[in-house]
Design a binder for this molecule. Structure first.
Ligand SMILES: Nc1ncnc2c1ncn2[C@@H]1O[C@H](COP(=O)(O)OP(=O)(O)OP(=O)(O)O)[C@@H](O)[C@H]1O
Ligand code: SF4
Ligand SMILES: [Mg+2]
Length: 330
């Protein structure tokens, strides 16, 4: 079981993107905590700000157009947003790593896959105090890492550059990298979206085994409530740049409180772009001009006067559940 000391604490994080038409006010005061050894899910429909949240943590948001307009992100007590540029690599090395939705962005285009994997293997061997290792050994280790993710023809892949691979293949490379290095926190942004259904399960289980074994904390970003249900201790539900509810996974499924969460759980397990409309009418708002007060109010069947003007904070409901909705507090 996980202990209770916080590893990552995101507090009131707000992020905008400057575009031709104006400012997209995307993140609107996000609060999210991951404790040591905890497996946490982050769920919400497409465009709600999941990737923007983890890119803020990693300090890889493109700026411009992105601008962090408020908030703090504490990693082991240190505010990541206050780090100087040259200090940023230190949080990536051995501390936080990520598997991105679009793996092209996290692979270096000018080096072969083989070279990149071997560098990672060397680094992780050094962590274990092993300095000397032959070229042949490195190559064979890189190939077997790729095989573990079900990569066809690993020998050829090792000689290829990222651009020469399909999206699914690149994702497998990133997963291989993530499996290799030992980190304290792994941010997995839909780690298996580009893979065949048959291999998805296998990879998720492998990831899960590894984080369990090493006591790594993980944030699983996913559209799949099934994944969340099976692989996480706790879940955050995100809507239009806000965390609207968090609870222990079991509790969330048995006792969802927020009207959005309740609608979400009525939908099919996979939340595709259109999927949410079965349980909830309407669409995610336009971030140029998002609704005042509770951003969910235009879609909410329980809306009250207060919801239109005032943003609901997260109200405690029992020991482990929090919900941002005026039905549960004023
Ligand atoms: N570089 C950018 N420039 C302008 N807008 C951006 C940029 N990156 C993200 N956005 C906007 O921010 C919003 C949230 O995007 P984000 O990628 O965080 O969503 P997401 O929850 O990860 O969605 P998905 O489930 O589709 O991956 C979207 O409306 C998106 O258009
Ligand atoms: S705060 Fe109001 S509008 Fe928002 S979810 Fe709750 S009842 Fe609905
Ligand atoms: Mg995303």
């Amino acid at each position: 079981m996980h202990t209770k000391s916080p590893l990552l604490e995101i507090k009131d994080l707000s992020v905008s993107f400057k575009v031709f038409e104006g400012d997209l006010k995307v993140l609107n005061g996000v609060n999210l905590t991951i404790n040591e050894g905890e497996k946490v899910g982050l769920v919400g429909e497409t465009g709600c700000g999941k990737t923007t949240t983890i890119k803020s943590v990693l300090r890889v948001l493109p700026s411009p157009p992105a601008r962090i307009t408020g908030g703090e992100i504490f990693y082991r007590g240190r505010d990541i947003l206050k780090l100087k540029k040259r200090e940023i690599p230190s949080i990536r090395r051995g501390e936080i790593s990520a598997i991105f939705q679009d793996p092209l962005t996290s692979l270096n285009p000018v080096f072969t896959i083989g070279y990149q994997l071997q560098e990672i293997i060397k680094h992780s061997l050094r962590q274990q105090g092993i300095e000397e290792v032959s070229k042949k050994e490195l190559k064979s280790r890189a190939a077997s890492l790729l095989k573990e993710t079900g990569m066809p023809d690993p020998e050829r892949i090792l000689k290829s550059y990222p651009i020469q691979l399909s999206g699914g293949m690149r994702q497998r490379v990133c997963i291989s990298e993530a499996l290799r290095v030992t980190v304290k926190l792994l941010l997995a942004d839909e780690p298996t979206t580009n893979l065949d259904v048959t291999i998805q399960d296998q990879i998720l289980r492998r990831l899960d085994e590894l984080v369990e074994k090493r006591g790594t904390s993980i944030l699983f970003i996913t559209h799949s409530l099934g994944v969340v249900r099976h692989l996480t201790h706790r879940v955050y539900i995100m809507y239009a740049g806000n965390i609207v509810e968090t609870a222990h996974t079991k509790e969330l499924f048995s006792n969802p409180l927020h009207p959005y969460t309740r609608g979400l759980l009525k939908t099919v397990p996979k939340l595709t772009g259109e999927g949410v409309s079965e349980g909830i009418q309407g669409r995610i708002p336009n971030y140029l001009n998002p609704p005042e007060g509770c951003r969910f109010h235009p879609r909410c069947g329980d809306k009250m006067e207060i919801c239109i003007n005032k943003k609901p904070p997260l109200f405690n409901q029992g020991e482990n559940q929090m919900v941002a909705c005026f039905l549960y507090g004023r």
